[in-house]
Ligand binder design. Structure first.
Ligand code: ATP
Ligand code: MG
Length: 496
């Protein structure tokens, strides 16, 4: 128990106020009780807890609570009046720190604390100390359970459940390992809770439990709300083309998941997908999560910006830290250039600092967070971002070839319950040179409406008619696309 030794040291150090942020209050109090009862008789100090519901109560002796001290002001006055050693754990005191009288009383107690050998512990899920008290206080950070500790917790929960219900838990060893891995970053209490949820649903630990566990974990951890959990991932079977990108990912999957066969291989850090609008960049990001079997977290750079100086970087750092806690995961940054566009209109240099923070993280981090960033507008991409070695690879997503157009048509017909063989999609694909995936999908969708209006079943003729009617972006924006291709030629590799 490294925490116990550290906390014992903190208590012995004599700092008057110790701030402890934890969701595991019972666990923390138990640790505190063990420390206080483990000291020599000369060093013994009585231990109290305070909560607004009960007032002060001895924890080291079975004594009744002193309900007359339920009011925070009375409790502090009482402690200030006691000229004797003592350890006081004030539970959920954070709302009362807004009151100047309470702050002053705390300060009075703290100033006399060394002489009297008193320690105040402020135990809350989150607590911001007023500046007056800052110098009289230390923060004590509880460490989170490590991998072997988490394995023991899950094992114990499974055994408890088996005892309670008289039924054994059906444990799939691979899912067990993944579960233990995915619970990283949670406190002991939360780890127990999520493990219990996973087991009670079906009396088993199986692969099907993992998505729910990850969602629950995300909800526990996400405080600022800049990252969003994307429930809607995709499979590469739904993506036409992008074969090279897919192979690239498949080769790195074992290293990403830390599988035994991949020891010594560097896990992938991230890719940038640059390309023509509507050709499947966002879709490919979703399919990456599907292929890697990891949750998909979207980071909206635009939402990070805040008018207060320094606040944007703090939010970015928080989000990146959150992604690390969710590892293994895919971090999707769609249209990254929109959040990073440097140059004019950014007089405070915020996007420059955001970029710096992001690049530093990208270079340093070691956890299994796979970044998939997408970009349309190369002119707005800061050169630092595409310099060699930032991302593992820059992929160019071009307009689909005839074969890929056929695959895309097949995918979208099948998705609507239609059999591609009845449509001669090879011929259709030959008739839509320059169409993007999104435009191909649109042709199918519009043709369905047209056929429906004519009260006919959908046939290849309807699709062909829609294609003829479409002026694809590649025609409308021919210049931009050729500029994009020229740019991509010696900077990127083709995704297909
Ligand atoms: N390669 C593809 N395979 C299958 N469907 C595709 C493909 N490309 C595009 N689509 C269809 O078009 C939709 C829009 O594509 P997507 O949003 O992935 O393109 P994008 O490259 O991200 O475009 P934008 O640059 O506008 O963000 C997809 O949801 C999908 O239905
Ligand atoms: Mg997109």
């Amino acid at each position: 128990m490294p925490d116990r030794n550290d906390l014992a040291l903190v208590l012995r150090g004599g700092t008057p106020i110790v701030v402890v942020e934890t969701h595991d209050e019972p666990g923390f109090l138990e640790m505190l009780r063990q420390i206080c009862s483990g000291v020599t008789r000369d060093n013994y100090r009585p231990l109290f807890r305070w909560a607004v519901t009960e007032g002060l109560q001895r924890l080291d002796l079975a004594l009744d609570a002193q309900t007359t001290t339920a009011d925070p002001r009375d409790a502090l006055r009482h402690i200030r009046a006691v000229d004797k050693p003592g350890v006081y754990a004030l539970l959920d005191f954070h709302p009362y720190l807004n009151e100047p009288m309470h702050v002053r009383l705390l300060k009075d107690i703290a100033l006399a604390a060394r002489r009297r050998r008193q320690t105040l512990l402020l135990v809350s899920h989150a607590l911001k100390l007023p500046p007056e008290l800052e110098r009289l206080a230390v923060r004590f950070e509880l460490s989170l359970p490590g991998e072997s500790e988490r394995a023991r917790i899950v094992q114990r929960i499974a055994e408890d459940w088996a005892q309670e219900t008289g039924r054994g838990v059906d444990i799939d060893p691979q899912a067990f390992d993944l579960l233990v891995r995915n619970l990283a970053g949670l406190s002991t209490a939360d780890t127990e809770r999520l493990a219990r949820n996973a087991i009670t649903i079906d009396g088993a630990i199986g692969a099907s439990d993992l998505p729910q566990v990850m969602q629950a974990k995300y909800e526990l951890l996400n405080r600022d709300g800049v990252l969003s959990y994307e429930y809607d991932t995709a499979r590469f079977a739904d993506v036409g083309g992008l074969a090279r990108f897919r192979t690239w990912l498949e080769q790195r999957r074992p290293a990403f998941l830390g599988e035994a066969g991949a020891r010594g291989l560097e896990p992938p850090r991230g890719v940038l997908l640059v390309g023509v609008q509507g050709c499947g960049k966002s879709l490919a990001a979703k399919a990456t999560a599907g292929l890697l079997g990891a949750p998909l977290l979207a980071l909206d750079f635009g939402a990070i910006y805040d008018k207060y100086h320094g606040e944007s970087e703090r939010r970015l750092r928080e989000s990146l830290r959150m992604a690390e806690l969710m590892a293994p995961c895919v971090l999707w940054i769609d249209e990254i250039e929109k959040g990073l566009a440097t140059g004019s209109g950014d007089s405070s240099g915020t996007s420059q600092r955001i970029l710096g923070t992001f690049l530093t993280w990208l270079a340093e981090r070691r956890s299994a967070v796979m970044v998939v960033a997408t970009a349309n507008d190369i002119s707005a991409l800061p050169p630092e971002l595409i310099r060699k070695g930032r991302f593992d690879e820059l992929f160019f997503v071009d307009l689909p070839s005839a074969q890929v157009r056929r695959d895309i048509l097949d995918i979208h017909l099948r998705r609507r319950g239609l059999e591609p063989d009845h449509f001669d999609t090879a011929r259709l694909a030959a008739a839509c040179e320059g169409f993007s995936g999104a435009e191909l999908e649109q042709a199918v969708v519009s043709a369905l409406y047209a056929a429906n209006a004519l009260q006919q079943p959908l046939g290849p003729g309807h699709i062909l008619a829609e294609m003829r009617r479409t002026r694809p972006l590649s025609v409308v924006m021919a210049e931009r696309i050729s500029a994009l291709r020229a740019w991509a030629r010696d900077r990127t590799v083709p995704a297909d």
